[in-house]
Design a protein around this ligand. Sequence first.
Ligand code: TTJ
Length: 674
Amino acid sequence: MFLLPVLFMEGNMAENEMAMDVNYGADDIQVLKGLEAVRKRPGMYVGSSGEGGLHHLVYEIVDNSIDEALAGYCTEIDVSILPENVIRVVDNGRGIPTAINHSEGISAATVVFTILHAGGKFGGGGYKVAGGLHGVGASVVNALSEWLEVEIHDGKNVHFQHFDRGEYTEEIKIIGETDHTGTQVTFKPDSEIFHTTEFKYDILQERLREKAFLNGGLKIVLSDLRDPENPVKEVMQYDGGIMSYIEWLNKKRGADVLHPDVIYLHGEMNGIDVEIAFQYTTDFNSEVFRSFANNIHTGEGGTHEIGLKKALSKVINDYAKAYKEANEKNKVKKAAKKKEDEKPFTGFSGEAIREAINAIISVKLPECEFEGQTKGKLGNPEVQPVVYKIATEQLTYYFEEHPETALIVMNKAINSQAARDAAKRAMEAKRKSVMDSNGLPGKLADCSESDPTKTEIYIVEGDSAGGSAKNGRDRRFQAILSLWGKMLNVEKARADKVYNNDKLSPVVKALGTGIADEFDITKLRYGRVVIMADADVDGMHIRTLMLTFFFRFMRPLLEQGHVYCAQPPLFKVWRGKNVRYAFSDEERDQYIAELMGENPNAKVDVQRYKGLGEMDPDQLWETTMNPETRTMLRVSVEDAAKADEIMSILMGDKVEPRREFIEANAKLAVNLDI
Ligand code: TTJ
């Protein structure tokens, strides 16, 4: 198996506390203070000083060009990774104004790159985003770059300015003539700030492709020129916008579609622009909503998503009701009334309506409020009724225009509802039989505490690891559940099958919440649900399966931050009695060096843990389970959504997406030591 991205979630890296070495000049004291603040706490401005923050720099610059495109003046944005991980962004917009900005007394372009939050003032009427990390602007990128250069073509002259760590010694100047307009920014992220300065092509590709889909027609070119032998270039331009995005996602997932047309709804009201595209697939039990506000992915959903879900329920239920009534009238006429038709139409549940949907909603508004754990949830209350109104009106109209699609969607809802009702009956029966015993699975070593705010459960694969965990734990608040048996292919499973699966049903019983429509968070028996699997490929497989299961059947568990991945060490490094545990190759090498000290002949031993089972209970406690010393990663809904997507690709019927995925990730697979 080749499963990955989920596992490389960025940990809570310590913020960089490095102080900056600056000379305070009387005039630019404000500017320097601003830049210093950014360098002192990069996490506050770009999210982290790790990989995420590093890539954020690129989006921050590209967003300026996208604003120019939204204003209607820019059609192409070129992003290049140059040798030594230097980034260059070039657009063909009007060019940042270079004239003196009167409030600051310097060139507007210089203001953009040196004064915090200046970006918006010159944004050319695009949508601005308040709060959170978004739209913090070019000055932040400048402050966090070893150097940055801007070149502006205004149709006549080429203007140029150079900065070092956000500061300049020379004013902006003309260095040549030009016959076109546009802006070019080149920068090298500061290795004094970032733990890593190595850009990952795939990360940039995914995000820039998303931007290209969200801004239909806009041409974004991504190049990787780091290896002169092997230059990479990719053009991303999608005239169909989010409709193309749906088609692309379905293809990538290997999902078959239930109806040929992607349903597209679009409207504007009260200054809020709404765009929706969706299509049903044969991937039952999957429900994918991808939502955006001002081009920013809202992984935790929010008011736009709620508005759309309500509209779907309303229109599809109304359609089915009208359809049934029309049918009954016909039948009365024919005097051939069947018994089942006498039952009143009670409607479909939201889950049944949404089963197997693949949907995108993108809203644009003057000012977004982001909330939630990761600021990934749209909070603006005024958005919900606007989305609801536009979506209900347009979808009703769409169904009138496309009755063949409407019928397919309605029949899908009927089938989904029937399957759910059947599953519910099966669960009811099953639960009765479970309740006859003590209700808890045999492989559960429970804890003595019962207050879920204090307890945690470790889900462990395999008996030897389970044994170590059981003996190493603090039994007062830590429960251990060993998994065994064959993993159910969650992809194909409907809720009733989960209860009959010998691997998943113990998890369901131990957590106490039930699943799917019946899920009830108030019944959760453990506040933290920790997946503890080996740091190898099999471990990743299990993690991916578990996360997919939680994503599909217990999503609120993820939304409310109850799910974690334990982080067992990869190496034990020791010299005599002095023992260290390393979680990466780098850390291992660092500890070896530290333990050797000045003595080149010192004997330092290294053990690579092949699995959790190799650790004795004390080691497992100390490195992985002890709240005082362990690191655990909380799993976000987005991490789980990624796992779900990988699962669909790997377990689906289609060979092509699987082959593509494996090929694309073969590099990583090698790194993973397979
Ligand atoms: C502002 O209004 C007058 C005409 O130009 C508008 C503008 O600033 N356009 C603009 C900015 N296009 N591109 C940018 C830009 C591009 C990059 C790569 C980086 C930055 C900070 C801005």
